[in-house]
Write a protein that binds this ligand. Structure first.
Ligand code: FES
Length: 186
């Protein structure tokens, strides 16, 4: 990771230029230019959340390198950027898995045991809400009603709907996707 943890520190001449160039390369031209525009406006730091949204939209998540680069270009302490990114649930600090596992936590699914299904998925994958499994195959997400309440409890994996899911069925359901992910990498 590049050394951009101290944006406030004075780095003169070539050193500063190299740090800025590395930060711009990490974020990409479009975002670097957006930051340039923000820096021309009053209170540039107030645009931090907008900048982070753009980074996530382009790169899929906010890596430590992205956060450091934003801190450097916006001249905001790296700890503040990291704090904002981790405070808001809509920012993702890990890359998404190959499949999103979307557990419906709407009322119909909840009363039919969605919470126990979600817990079994967490236990099987070793993840919490919004997290990606270590093998990069799954990202666990929860949602409100998926519109198929008659099939409750419902888990959507990728674009496939699994109906009337019980905790006991979870390992077998996940296995299918683990196999598919392995075969795709062979
Ligand atoms: S509440 Fe889960 S599908 Fe409607």
């Amino acid at each position: 990771m590049m050394d951009v943890h101290s944006p406030g520190k004075s780095v003169d001449g070539d050193g500063r230029q190299a740090v800025v160039a590395a930060a711009r390369a990490a974020l990409g031209d479009a975002i670097a230019q957006f930051i340039d525009q923000c820096m021309q406006r009053p209170q540039p730091a107030s645009h931090l959340i907008a900048v982070l949204h753009k980074v996530q939209a382009q790169h899929g998540y906010l890596s430590a390198e992205h956060l450091d680069a934003v801190a450097q270009l916006m001249q905001v302490p790296a700890a503040k950027v990291a704090g904002v990114a981790s405070f808001y649930h809509f920012f993702r600090l890990q890359p998404r898995g190959k499949y999103s596992v979307n557990v419906c936590m709407g009322t119909a699914c909840y009363v039919k045991g969605a919470e126990r299904v979600a817990q079994r998925i967490m236990d099987e994958l070793g993840v919490g809400w919004g997290e990606t499994s270590k093998d990069g195959v799954f990202t666990l997400e929860g949602s409100r009603c998926l519109g198929t309440c008659g099939l409750a409890p419902v888990v959507m994996i990728g674009d496939e709907v699994h109906a009337n899911v019980t905790p006991e069925q979870v390992p077998r359901i996940l296995e299918k996707y683990i196999r598919a992910a392995r075969e795709a990498t062979v």
